[in-house]
Design a protein around this ligand. Sequence first.
Ligand SMILES: Cc1cc2nc3c(=O)[nH]c(=O)nc-3n(C[C@H](O)[C@H](O)[C@H](O)COP(=O)(O)OP(=O)(O)OC[C@H]3O[C@@H](n4cnc5c(N)ncnc54)[C@H](O)[C@@H]3O)c2cc1C
Length: 378
Amino acid sequence: MKRVLILGGGFGGLATTHRLKQKLAPDDEVILVDRRGYFMVGFRKTWALVGESPLEAGQRSLDGLTSLGIRVMREPVTVIDPKARAAYIGDQRIQADALVVALGAELAPELIPGFQQHAFNVYDPQEIPRAARALSEFRGGRLSIGIFGAPYKCPPAPYEMALLINDSLMSRGIKASMEVFTPQPMSLPILGQTGCDLIESRLADKGITFLPNHKATAVEVGEVVFADKRRPFDLLLGVPPHRPPAVVRESGLVDGSGWVSVNPRTLETQFPGVYAIGDVVQISLANGKPLPKAGVFAEAMGETVADRIAAVFSGQEPNATFKGEGGCYLEVGGGKAMMVQGSFLAEPEPEVTLTEATAGYLEEKRSFETQRLMEWFG
Ligand SMILES: Cc1cc2nc3c(=O)[nH]c(=O)nc-3n(C[C@H](O)[C@H](O)[C@H](O)COP(=O)(O)OP(=O)(O)OC[C@H]3O[C@@H](n4cnc5c(N)ncnc54)[C@H](O)[C@@H]3O)c2cc1C
């Protein structure tokens, strides 16, 4: 009997778990660990923020997986020992034949003085109800959406948030002066100037000011502090800096990039039998830019890793590889969405484009969630 220990029950961990259950022998053990009891897709936070649909409608309990023969441990991972392919779950040490680290990115608002006091963290599901209330009570003035660090999850999401909030305020007859700031030189650097122009002109058309090269250092009452200026706000919705969870930072898996480094095709770390997938890894593309942190990639990485582990367990040469193909939706309001999609690992340059906005892409976005919930939780 073999054992696989999967740390993290988000996009990557769930995709790995399900694929392994299909591929491994019935008496092989698959253990999934997550301190959070449920799964939910990332973009549901934006829908809940603008009052379109509640968070709970898209949440599924991980406990449901036990009926599929998966051992689910709803506890914190406290130590990872990659040399031994082991981890402490609470105070219990579990060793495995293969270890998959899928613990995602941790939000670190405390790295920006004043963020926690004066901004709403719109990437934290626990803060969404409070942020949604503040937005529904907003009666006009300066509304700022701030990206406080890069890389961050789902790069189009803050722009999508701005467009959807703008629609929602308009429908309530509320006049606001909206802006989005980012430390990056353009809205979505992976798209290059032409694609960014499309996004930025869409923001401009709606009267939303776009502020690139704006690295915020602190938040004070009613003001965001930048190196050389301050900008006032009445309501600040913030995307905090991201980093790997503490247990990963202390594991010896993180390199100079600040993230876990892996072979981009096999997702193997430097430790035999130890894989890392999803937001916790940083993969550099041919143009030096990082692979965007997105559920669709975490999922594809998880399936690749599961196929490789299954091959190794059955004595075969593993040949599954991560292709880096797919994309993220960018809802633009008015019942339409665009897609940032392509072949991200292509050489000599990533081939990434922004599609036109259609009702079809919004429909696809909705079924992206429904399909995963059905497939993973029934
Ligand atoms: C607003 C928003 C919109 C988004 N839209 C899209 C989209 O349209 N398309 C798309 O592809 N992606 C989207 N994403 C990004 C997507 O949600 C993430 O990229 C994806 O969840 C990453 O998967 P993961 O498995 O690496 O990490 P996660 O899904 O974050 O899972 C990590 C898991 O590890 C657990 N964990 C962490 N530390 C510990 C610990 N010490 N002990 C136990 N458990 C722990 C966490 O509880 C979590 O469940 C969006 C994200 C946001 C915030």
